[in-house]
Design a protein around this ligand. Structure first.
Ligand SMILES: Cc1cc2nc3c(=O)[nH]c(=O)nc-3n(C[C@H](O)[C@H](O)[C@H](O)COP(=O)(O)OP(=O)(O)OC[C@H]3O[C@@H](n4cnc5c(N)ncnc54)[C@H](O)[C@@H]3O)c2cc1C
Length: 311
Protein backbone atom coordinates (compact mmCIF):
# COMPACT_ATOMS: atom_id res chain seq x y z
CA UNK A 1 0.00 0.00 0.00
CA UNK A 2 1.48 3.37 -1.05
CA UNK A 3 2.09 6.19 1.43
CA UNK A 4 -1.00 8.35 2.03
CA UNK A 5 -1.00 12.10 1.38
CA UNK A 6 -1.99 13.02 4.95
CA UNK A 7 -0.67 15.42 7.59
CA UNK A 8 1.83 13.50 9.78
CA UNK A 9 -0.38 13.68 12.90
CA UNK A 10 -3.25 11.96 11.08
CA UNK A 11 -1.00 9.54 9.18
CA UNK A 12 0.52 8.40 12.49
CA UNK A 13 -2.94 7.20 13.57
CA UNK A 14 -3.58 5.10 10.43
CA UNK A 15 -2.90 1.52 11.50
CA UNK A 16 -1.43 -0.97 9.05
CA UNK A 17 -2.36 -4.65 9.42
CA UNK A 18 -4.70 -4.02 12.37
CA UNK A 19 -6.33 -7.34 13.50
CA UNK A 20 -10.09 -7.03 12.97
CA UNK A 21 -10.60 -9.53 15.79
CA UNK A 22 -10.03 -6.51 18.09
CA UNK A 23 -13.01 -4.72 16.55
CA UNK A 24 -15.73 -7.36 16.25
CA UNK A 25 -18.01 -8.80 18.91
CA UNK A 26 -17.24 -12.33 17.67
CA UNK A 27 -13.56 -11.49 18.29
CA UNK A 28 -12.49 -13.02 14.99
CA UNK A 29 -11.15 -11.56 11.76
CA UNK A 30 -7.75 -11.09 10.11
CA UNK A 31 -5.81 -7.88 9.46
CA UNK A 32 -7.10 -4.78 7.69
CA UNK A 33 -4.59 -3.23 5.26
CA UNK A 34 -5.46 0.22 6.63
CA UNK A 35 -7.51 1.00 9.73
CA UNK A 36 -8.49 4.53 10.73
CA UNK A 37 -10.53 5.90 13.61
CA UNK A 38 -11.21 9.56 12.78
CA UNK A 39 -11.71 12.10 15.55
CA UNK A 40 -14.29 13.97 13.48
CA UNK A 41 -15.92 14.20 10.04
CA UNK A 42 -13.30 16.60 8.65
CA UNK A 43 -10.46 14.18 9.41
CA UNK A 44 -12.49 11.36 7.93
CA UNK A 45 -13.00 13.30 4.68
CA UNK A 46 -9.24 14.00 4.54
CA UNK A 47 -8.48 10.31 5.02
CA UNK A 48 -10.91 9.22 2.29
CA UNK A 49 -9.52 11.76 -0.16
CA UNK A 50 -5.99 10.49 0.48
CA UNK A 51 -6.86 6.96 -0.68
CA UNK A 52 -6.29 5.81 -4.26
CA UNK A 53 -9.69 5.91 -6.04
CA UNK A 54 -9.82 2.12 -6.37
CA UNK A 55 -9.11 1.40 -2.67
CA UNK A 56 -12.13 -0.39 -1.20
CA UNK A 57 -13.55 1.25 1.94
CA UNK A 58 -15.43 -0.56 4.72
CA UNK A 59 -17.23 1.54 7.35
CA UNK A 60 -17.70 -0.14 10.71
CA UNK A 61 -19.16 0.73 14.08
CA UNK A 62 -18.82 -1.68 16.99
CA UNK A 63 -18.52 -4.78 14.79
CA UNK A 64 -21.57 -6.33 16.48
CA UNK A 65 -23.04 -7.58 13.23
CA UNK A 66 -19.88 -8.34 11.33
CA UNK A 67 -18.10 -11.60 10.48
CA UNK A 68 -14.66 -10.66 9.14
CA UNK A 69 -12.92 -13.61 7.51
CA UNK A 70 -9.51 -14.78 8.75
CA UNK A 71 -7.56 -13.38 5.77
CA UNK A 72 -8.71 -9.88 6.72
CA UNK A 73 -9.84 -6.86 4.75
CA UNK A 74 -8.12 -5.48 1.67
CA UNK A 75 -8.33 -1.73 1.50
CA UNK A 76 -9.33 0.65 4.27
CA UNK A 77 -11.54 0.20 7.32
CA UNK A 78 -13.09 3.30 8.92
CA UNK A 79 -14.06 2.89 12.56
CA UNK A 80 -16.68 5.52 13.44
CA UNK A 81 -17.25 4.62 17.10
CA UNK A 82 -16.75 7.65 19.32
CA UNK A 83 -15.34 9.89 16.59
CA UNK A 84 -18.65 10.90 15.02
CA UNK A 85 -20.11 11.35 18.46
CA UNK A 86 -22.38 14.41 18.32
CA UNK A 87 -25.76 13.98 19.99
CA UNK A 88 -27.91 17.09 20.31
CA UNK A 89 -31.51 18.17 20.49
CA UNK A 90 -32.39 20.31 17.48
CA UNK A 91 -35.97 21.25 18.35
CA UNK A 92 -38.94 20.03 20.40
CA UNK A 93 -39.13 16.70 18.58
CA UNK A 94 -35.93 16.45 16.60
CA UNK A 95 -32.50 15.15 17.47
CA UNK A 96 -29.20 14.97 15.60
CA UNK A 97 -27.25 11.75 16.22
CA UNK A 98 -23.74 11.10 14.87
CA UNK A 99 -22.94 7.69 13.39
CA UNK A 100 -20.36 6.95 16.09
CA UNK A 101 -22.77 7.30 19.03
CA UNK A 102 -23.53 4.01 20.81
CA UNK A 103 -27.22 3.15 20.46
CA UNK A 104 -27.45 2.68 24.23
CA UNK A 105 -26.36 6.30 24.74
CA UNK A 106 -29.00 7.51 22.25
CA UNK A 107 -31.68 5.58 24.16
CA UNK A 108 -30.63 6.99 27.54
CA UNK A 109 -30.34 10.58 26.30
CA UNK A 110 -33.78 10.48 24.64
CA UNK A 111 -35.30 9.31 27.92
CA UNK A 112 -33.58 12.26 29.68
CA UNK A 113 -35.03 14.62 27.07
CA UNK A 114 -38.51 13.08 27.48
CA UNK A 115 -38.51 11.87 23.85
CA UNK A 116 -39.52 8.46 22.52
CA UNK A 117 -40.10 5.77 21.67
CA UNK A 118 -36.31 5.38 21.70
CA UNK A 119 -35.84 2.92 24.58
CA UNK A 120 -35.52 0.10 22.04
CA UNK A 121 -32.10 1.45 20.97
CA UNK A 122 -30.77 0.24 24.33
CA UNK A 123 -31.12 -3.35 23.07
CA UNK A 124 -28.79 -2.81 20.12
CA UNK A 125 -25.12 -3.14 21.15
CA UNK A 126 -23.79 -1.22 18.15
CA UNK A 127 -23.34 2.32 16.92
CA UNK A 128 -26.06 4.49 15.48
CA UNK A 129 -24.29 4.30 12.05
CA UNK A 130 -24.52 0.51 12.15
CA UNK A 131 -28.20 0.81 13.12
CA UNK A 132 -28.78 3.05 10.09
CA UNK A 133 -27.01 0.59 7.77
CA UNK A 134 -28.99 -2.37 9.15
CA UNK A 135 -32.31 -0.73 10.02
CA UNK A 136 -31.65 -2.30 13.39
CA UNK A 137 -34.63 -2.86 15.62
CA UNK A 138 -35.62 -4.35 18.95
CA UNK A 139 -38.69 -4.67 21.18
CA UNK A 140 -40.97 -3.60 18.29
CA UNK A 141 -39.04 -0.42 17.38
CA UNK A 142 -36.99 0.18 14.22
CA UNK A 143 -34.31 2.75 13.41
CA UNK A 144 -35.68 4.14 10.16
CA UNK A 145 -39.15 4.75 11.61
CA UNK A 146 -37.52 7.88 13.11
CA UNK A 147 -35.19 9.06 10.36
CA UNK A 148 -35.99 12.44 8.79
CA UNK A 149 -32.74 12.83 6.84
CA UNK A 150 -29.17 11.57 6.87
CA UNK A 151 -25.74 13.03 6.22
CA UNK A 152 -23.34 10.88 4.23
CA UNK A 153 -19.78 11.04 2.98
CA UNK A 154 -19.03 9.76 -0.48
CA UNK A 155 -15.90 8.15 -1.86
CA UNK A 156 -14.56 11.57 -2.92
CA UNK A 157 -14.91 12.83 0.64
CA UNK A 158 -17.93 15.02 -0.21
CA UNK A 159 -20.64 15.42 2.45
CA UNK A 160 -24.26 15.08 1.32
CA UNK A 161 -27.58 15.65 3.06
CA UNK A 162 -30.26 13.19 1.94
CA UNK A 163 -33.94 12.85 2.86
CA UNK A 164 -35.06 9.47 4.21
CA UNK A 165 -36.99 9.02 0.94
CA UNK A 166 -33.71 8.45 -0.94
CA UNK A 167 -33.53 5.01 0.73
CA UNK A 168 -35.50 1.83 0.33
CA UNK A 169 -35.95 0.38 3.82
CA UNK A 170 -37.27 -2.96 5.06
CA UNK A 171 -36.74 -5.52 7.80
CA UNK A 172 -32.96 -5.40 8.50
CA UNK A 173 -32.49 -4.01 5.04
CA UNK A 174 -31.51 -0.58 3.72
CA UNK A 175 -30.49 0.28 0.17
CA UNK A 176 -29.77 3.63 -1.37
CA UNK A 177 -26.96 5.64 -2.93
CA UNK A 178 -23.86 3.45 -3.24
CA UNK A 179 -20.34 4.10 -1.95
CA UNK A 180 -21.50 6.47 0.77
CA UNK A 181 -21.12 5.99 4.51
CA UNK A 182 -23.40 7.48 7.15
CA UNK A 183 -22.10 10.44 9.19
CA UNK A 184 -25.33 10.74 11.17
CA UNK A 185 -29.02 11.51 10.94
CA UNK A 186 -31.76 13.84 12.00
CA UNK A 187 -34.35 11.84 13.97
CA UNK A 188 -37.89 12.66 14.99
CA UNK A 189 -39.50 11.36 18.20
CA UNK A 190 -42.64 12.05 20.17
CA UNK A 191 -42.67 13.88 23.50
CA UNK A 192 -42.93 11.14 26.12
CA UNK A 193 -42.37 12.53 29.56
CA UNK A 194 -43.35 9.19 31.11
CA UNK A 195 -40.41 7.25 29.58
CA UNK A 196 -37.85 6.30 32.23
CA UNK A 197 -34.45 4.67 32.63
CA UNK A 198 -36.36 1.96 34.53
CA UNK A 199 -38.17 1.02 31.26
CA UNK A 200 -34.76 0.45 29.67
CA UNK A 201 -33.59 -1.64 32.61
CA UNK A 202 -36.70 -3.85 32.38
CA UNK A 203 -36.31 -4.37 28.61
CA UNK A 204 -32.67 -5.38 29.06
CA UNK A 205 -33.50 -7.74 31.93
CA UNK A 206 -36.14 -9.43 29.75
CA UNK A 207 -33.57 -9.91 27.02
CA UNK A 208 -30.92 -11.24 29.39
CA UNK A 209 -33.28 -14.01 30.41
CA UNK A 210 -33.53 -15.41 26.86
CA UNK A 211 -30.23 -14.56 25.13
CA UNK A 212 -26.57 -15.43 25.87
CA UNK A 213 -25.66 -11.80 26.58
CA UNK A 214 -21.99 -11.52 27.51
CA UNK A 215 -20.89 -14.45 25.31
CA UNK A 216 -18.92 -13.57 22.15
CA UNK A 217 -21.60 -13.40 19.47
CA UNK A 218 -23.17 -11.19 16.85
CA UNK A 219 -26.73 -11.48 18.14
CA UNK A 220 -29.13 -13.11 15.71
CA UNK A 221 -27.22 -14.70 12.84
CA UNK A 222 -30.22 -15.12 10.52
CA UNK A 223 -33.19 -12.90 9.71
CA UNK A 224 -36.61 -14.33 10.51
CA UNK A 225 -38.29 -15.73 7.39
CA UNK A 226 -41.80 -14.34 6.71
CA UNK A 227 -44.27 -15.67 9.28
CA UNK A 228 -41.70 -17.72 11.21
CA UNK A 229 -38.66 -17.47 13.47
CA UNK A 230 -35.18 -18.55 12.47
CA UNK A 231 -34.56 -19.71 16.07
CA UNK A 232 -37.61 -22.01 15.96
CA UNK A 233 -36.52 -23.57 12.66
CA UNK A 234 -32.95 -24.12 13.89
CA UNK A 235 -34.05 -25.58 17.21
CA UNK A 236 -36.61 -27.92 15.67
CA UNK A 237 -33.97 -29.13 13.21
CA UNK A 238 -32.08 -30.36 16.30
CA UNK A 239 -29.19 -27.95 15.86
CA UNK A 240 -29.06 -26.30 19.30
CA UNK A 241 -25.65 -26.93 20.83
CA UNK A 242 -24.01 -28.02 17.53
CA UNK A 243 -20.25 -27.40 17.70
CA UNK A 244 -17.81 -26.77 14.89
CA UNK A 245 -14.27 -25.96 16.01
CA UNK A 246 -14.65 -23.15 18.54
CA UNK A 247 -18.11 -22.11 17.28
CA UNK A 248 -21.35 -23.32 18.81
CA UNK A 249 -25.07 -22.86 18.18
CA UNK A 250 -26.10 -21.37 21.53
CA UNK A 251 -28.01 -23.83 23.71
CA UNK A 252 -29.86 -20.77 25.13
CA UNK A 253 -30.99 -19.16 21.86
CA UNK A 254 -30.74 -21.14 18.62
CA UNK A 255 -30.29 -18.07 16.40
CA UNK A 256 -27.06 -17.13 18.21
CA UNK A 257 -23.67 -18.64 17.38
CA UNK A 258 -21.13 -18.14 20.16
CA UNK A 259 -17.34 -18.20 20.04
CA UNK A 260 -15.87 -20.17 22.96
CA UNK A 261 -12.70 -18.10 22.65
CA UNK A 262 -10.91 -20.40 20.19
CA UNK A 263 -13.08 -20.08 17.05
CA UNK A 264 -11.75 -18.83 13.74
CA UNK A 265 -13.99 -16.91 11.36
CA UNK A 266 -13.88 -20.03 9.16
CA UNK A 267 -15.34 -22.14 12.02
CA UNK A 268 -18.21 -19.67 12.38
CA UNK A 269 -18.84 -19.41 8.64
CA UNK A 270 -18.83 -23.20 8.24
CA UNK A 271 -21.28 -23.54 11.13
CA UNK A 272 -23.53 -20.91 9.50
CA UNK A 273 -23.47 -22.88 6.23
CA UNK A 274 -24.15 -26.15 8.09
CA UNK A 275 -27.18 -24.64 9.85
CA UNK A 276 -28.52 -23.29 6.55
CA UNK A 277 -28.07 -26.67 4.88
CA UNK A 278 -29.79 -28.71 7.61
CA UNK A 279 -32.67 -26.22 8.03
CA UNK A 280 -33.29 -26.29 4.27
CA UNK A 281 -33.20 -30.11 4.27
CA UNK A 282 -35.60 -30.43 7.23
CA UNK A 283 -37.95 -27.49 6.64
CA UNK A 284 -37.48 -26.49 2.98
CA UNK A 285 -36.66 -22.93 4.11
CA UNK A 286 -33.48 -21.19 2.93
CA UNK A 287 -32.32 -18.97 5.79
CA UNK A 288 -30.70 -15.61 5.02
CA UNK A 289 -27.88 -14.20 7.15
CA UNK A 290 -28.53 -11.00 9.05
CA UNK A 291 -24.81 -10.71 9.90
CA UNK A 292 -22.61 -9.16 7.24
CA UNK A 293 -19.77 -11.41 6.08
CA UNK A 294 -16.77 -9.52 4.71
CA UNK A 295 -13.09 -9.95 3.88
CA UNK A 296 -10.92 -12.70 2.50
CA UNK A 297 -10.61 -16.29 3.66
CA UNK A 298 -7.20 -17.17 5.09
CA UNK A 299 -4.89 -19.01 2.76
CA UNK A 300 -4.88 -22.55 4.14
CA UNK A 301 -1.15 -22.32 4.97
CA UNK A 302 -1.74 -19.49 7.44
CA UNK A 303 -5.23 -20.19 8.78
CA UNK A 304 -5.53 -19.78 12.58
CA UNK A 305 -6.57 -23.43 12.92
CA UNK A 306 -3.46 -24.58 11.08
CA UNK A 307 -1.23 -22.30 13.13
CA UNK A 308 -2.68 -23.80 16.30
CA UNK A 309 -2.25 -27.33 14.92
CA UNK A 310 -6.01 -28.02 14.89
CA UNK A 311 -5.98 -29.16 11.20
C1 LIG B 1 -25.80 -9.60 21.86
C2 LIG B 1 -26.29 -8.91 20.61
C3 LIG B 1 -27.63 -8.58 20.49
C4 LIG B 1 -28.11 -7.95 19.34
N1 LIG B 1 -29.44 -7.61 19.26
C5 LIG B 1 -29.89 -6.96 18.17
C6 LIG B 1 -31.27 -6.56 18.09
O1 LIG B 1 -32.07 -6.76 18.99
N2 LIG B 1 -31.68 -5.95 16.95
C7 LIG B 1 -30.83 -5.68 15.92
O2 LIG B 1 -31.27 -5.09 14.92
N3 LIG B 1 -29.53 -6.04 15.98
C8 LIG B 1 -29.04 -6.67 17.06
N4 LIG B 1 -27.72 -7.05 17.12
C9 LIG B 1 -26.86 -6.82 15.94
C10 LIG B 1 -26.12 -5.48 15.90
O3 LIG B 1 -25.94 -4.95 17.20
C11 LIG B 1 -26.85 -4.46 15.02
O4 LIG B 1 -26.97 -4.91 13.69
C12 LIG B 1 -26.13 -3.10 15.02
O5 LIG B 1 -26.94 -2.15 14.35
C13 LIG B 1 -24.76 -3.14 14.34
O6 LIG B 1 -24.10 -1.92 14.64
P1 LIG B 1 -22.52 -1.85 14.63
O7 LIG B 1 -22.12 -0.47 14.93
O8 LIG B 1 -21.92 -2.89 15.51
O9 LIG B 1 -22.23 -2.18 13.10
P2 LIG B 1 -21.11 -3.14 12.47
O10 LIG B 1 -21.31 -4.52 12.97
O11 LIG B 1 -19.78 -2.53 12.71
O12 LIG B 1 -21.49 -3.05 10.95
C14 LIG B 1 -22.71 -3.66 10.50
C15 LIG B 1 -22.96 -3.20 9.04
O13 LIG B 1 -23.19 -1.80 9.03
C16 LIG B 1 -22.27 -1.14 8.18
N5 LIG B 1 -21.95 0.15 8.82
C17 LIG B 1 -21.57 0.37 10.10
N6 LIG B 1 -21.43 1.70 10.32
C18 LIG B 1 -21.72 2.32 9.15
C19 LIG B 1 -21.74 3.69 8.71
N7 LIG B 1 -21.46 4.70 9.55
N8 LIG B 1 -22.08 3.96 7.43
C20 LIG B 1 -22.37 2.96 6.58
N9 LIG B 1 -22.36 1.64 6.91
C21 LIG B 1 -22.04 1.34 8.18
C22 LIG B 1 -21.05 -2.07 8.11
O14 LIG B 1 -20.30 -1.85 6.93
C23 LIG B 1 -21.75 -3.42 8.12
O15 LIG B 1 -22.24 -3.75 6.84
C24 LIG B 1 -27.22 -7.66 18.27
C25 LIG B 1 -25.85 -7.99 18.40
C26 LIG B 1 -25.39 -8.60 19.57
C27 LIG B 1 -23.91 -8.90 19.68
Amino acid sequence: MNALALPPDIDARVLRGEPMSKHTSWHVGGPADLFFKPLNAEELAQFIRSLAPDTPVLWIGLGSNLLVRDGGVRGAVIDTHGGLGELERLSENEVWCGAGVACAKLAKQCVKWGLGPAEFFAGIPGTFGGALAMNAGAFGGETWAHVVSVATLDRQGIRRERPAGDYSVGYRHVSGPENEGFLGAKLRFEQREQASQEDIRLLLARRKASQPIGAWSCGSVFTNPPGDHAARLIESAGLKGTVLGGAKVSPMHANFIVNDGTASAADIERLIEHVMHIVEQRHGVRLTTEVRIVGEAARSADSPARQEGRV
